[in-house]
Write a protein that binds this ligand. Structure first.
Ligand code: KIV
Length: 608
């Protein structure tokens, strides 16, 4: 039997001598047998890390990630994701862009107050960070949103590339420096002493200008200098050298932390982030599943696992404080809430990441798991399906389901477990083998849903080759009353959506619709994802301030699972409508609260 030992950061897990087993995706897996090596992360000091090999992980799923089209998250979802990020052990959570809207402000503040104060037994608590442009109002709003956290940080930025300064900002380089310095000083004057500064589009900026502006913001009091490759332009060797040159040529750079923020336009964001760390960066910005603007951001799980597996041998001993065993559940939660489906061949968290299809590979795996796997699925929290001999089917009870859910990383409260169990029993009546994918689809459909406003109780559709597909729905509204309505459409799904629209009465435009089968076979669950945005009279409702300048329109995703494709489509549509309704009503409630607040300039700033 093969033996190897890889110590993972945070001291939570070491993969040692490997033993065969079955992973829930049906593949053989290894089991960790070595004792975990305790490794305590260095104490958090904004501008210094006492261990030269420690790399801070700055998660921006809730800010950069949420900017992916359709990825809009409600405040409740953001809070739950922040809790998961804290379980994962990220050093910094960028919780949002507080000036974007009163609702964004409230979401960041709630995370700062809750997750930002939940200190664990080891003394760990994540830094809670808010993004801000260099304007005073933005800075004050961001500071107000985060300041109740134990470790608050504000991240301010201004563009430094010639193209951005000339065409976007219409400022001279001197004006840009002045803005940056004033922003940092303003934050200091409010009592914020953990300040991150980003020269936006640094990847295409003149390095000499970067040394100058960065030197000035250090003098003004910045503690972290983040170097964004905003357009994903640089190649790994180029980015590594940029970071090394910034460290060597920026006055005062030894007294601050240098950070990377790599977009994925050329598919190089993970490689560039690792190259940046090799060049001397000690903070990496990344997102769960790599979601983010355009082609996305560096993927947390890729960066973290690359450092965990190769940091010692190939990166001079770099390590992070991440507890990788929570990666799989975090990935699932972010995918469910954001509606951003993870591609099957995505590294680490894709459905195929631990699947071995070809005969030669299967043969190799059966002989020795090291032949084709560089890490065990359990490392990231995927557990073996039959470890306790549990096979889920129609005779399984609540306890068996609960045990399996816990193994998959979900601890559901009683009421949610009951809901999932009810759906599980219905499915088990029709489907002989219930796989983990089925269970996860039910969790998404029942648990990872936005606040329930409307509930789809029943749906009946008449369709066929004679035209006039007709759907009738019964839905329970926010007042608790069930009502019935019908619709005629171009097909059964369209008819169902028209019937739903007749009751819910909000105007929405369907932007995207897709259906996938969860597993193989005729009795498989269908998983539907839709993306909608406010339309007609409501069209103005989804707009918020964009950190890039101007306004951006939010769109809302929803997902649903059922054996019946039309029911699954209707459930997904209702879920997206619920999300849109909750978002819009939270936004107006927060705006009312902000305008009616009597005390505080910061609240006025939010409403402005
Ligand atoms: O991509 C970018 O430049 C950013 C900055 C605000 C860090 O997101």
């Amino acid at each position: 039997m093969a033996s190897c030992s890889v110590t993972l950061a945070g001291g939570k897990l070491a993969v040692g001598r490997r033993m065969p087993g079955r992973c829930h995706r049906g593949t053989a897996v290894r089991v960790s047998a070595a004792a975990p090596e305790a490794r305590k992360r260095p104490e958090y000091i904004p501008n210094r890390i006492d261990d030269p090999n420690y790399v801070r992980i700055f998660d921006t799923t809730l800010r950069d990630g949420e900017q992916s089209p359709g990825a809009t998250l409600t405040s409740k979802e953001k809070l739950e994701i922040a809790k998961k990020l804290s379980q994962l052990g990220v050093d910094i959570i960028e919780a949002g862009f507080p000036i974007a809207s009163p609702d964004d402000f409230e979401a960041v503040r709630a995370i700062a107050m809750d997750v930002g104060n939940a200190v664990d037994a080891d003394g760990y608590v994540p830094v809670i960070c808010g993004l801000s442009r260099t304007r005073d109002k933005d800075l004050e709003t961001a500071w107000e949103a985060v300041r109740h956290a134990k470790l608050p940080r504000v991240h301010t930025f201004i563009a430094t590339s010639e193209i951005h300064m000339k065409y976007k900002l219409r400022m001279t380089p001197d004006q840009v420096i002045e803005n940056a310095v004033n922003a940092v000083k303003h934050l200091r004057s409010m009592g914020c002493n953990d300040i991150e500064f980003s020269p936006e589009d640094a990847g295409r900026s003149d390095p000499a200008f970067l040394y100058e502006i960065l030197g000035e913001v250090i003098k003004a009091g910045a503690t972290t200098l983040n170097i964004p490759d905003t357009t994903g332009w640089t190649l790994p060797h180029e980015f590594q050298s940029l970071i090394a040159k910034i460290k060597a040529n920026t006055p005062g750079a030894d007294n601050v932390i240098i950070s990377t923020h790599c977009q994925n336009d050329l598919g190089l964001s993970t490689a560039n982030s690792l190259a940046g760390a090799m060049g001397g960066a000690r903070q990496i910005e990344c997102t769960i599943n790599g979601i983010g603007e355009r082609a996305g951001n560096a993927s947390l799980e890729e960066v973290v696992m690359a450092i965990a597996l190769r940091g010692k041998e190939q990166m001079g001993g770099l390590w992070t404080g991440i507890r990788p065993v929570h990666i799989s559940a975090a990935s699932k939660m972010v995918s469910d809430y954001s509606g951003m489906i993870v591609q099957p061949h995505k590294a680490i968290v894709g459905a195929n990441a631990f699947a071995h299809e070809s005969g030669i590979h299967q043969d190799g795996m059966l002989k020795n798991r090291d032949t084709y796997e560089i890490m065990s699925p359990e490392t990231i929290g995927l557990s073996r399906a039959d470890e306790a001999g549990i096979v889920l089917g129609k005779h399984s009870g609540r306890n068996a389901l609960n045990t399996r859910l816990t193994q998959l990383g979900f601890e559901l409260p009683e009421d949610q477990l009951n809901d999932v169990f009810r759906r599980f029993k219905n499915l088990a009546d029709r489907k002989k083998n219930i796989t983990d994918e089925d269970v996860l689809a039910l969790v998404n459909d029942e648990v990872h849903q936005p606040t329930v406003v409307w509930v789809l109780e029943d749906l009946q559709v008449v369709c066929g080759s004679m035209g006039m597909p007709t759907a009738t729905v019964r839905m329970r509204g926010p007042d608790g009353i069930s009502r019935i309505s019908s619709g005629i459409g171009s097909g059964p799904v369209d008819a169902a959506y028209k019937a739903v629209d007749a009751l819910v009465r909000v105007q929405a435009e369907l932007v995207d619709y897709s259906v996938n089968s969860v597993t193989e076979g005729i009795e498989a669950l269908a998983n539907t994802r839709v993306v909608i945005r406010p339309a007609g009279k409501m069209a103005g409702e989804g707009y918020v301030d964009s950190y890039k300048g101007g306004k951006t329109q939010r769109s809302f995703s929803g997902s649903g699972a059922d054996e019946d494709i039309v029911v699954s489509s209707a459930r997904a549509y209702v879920s997206a409508l619920n999300k849109m309704i909750s978002y819009i009503s939270a936004k107006s409630a927060a705006a009312v609260a902000a305008t009616s607040s009597v005390d505080g300039s910061s609240q006025e700033a939010v409403a402005a």
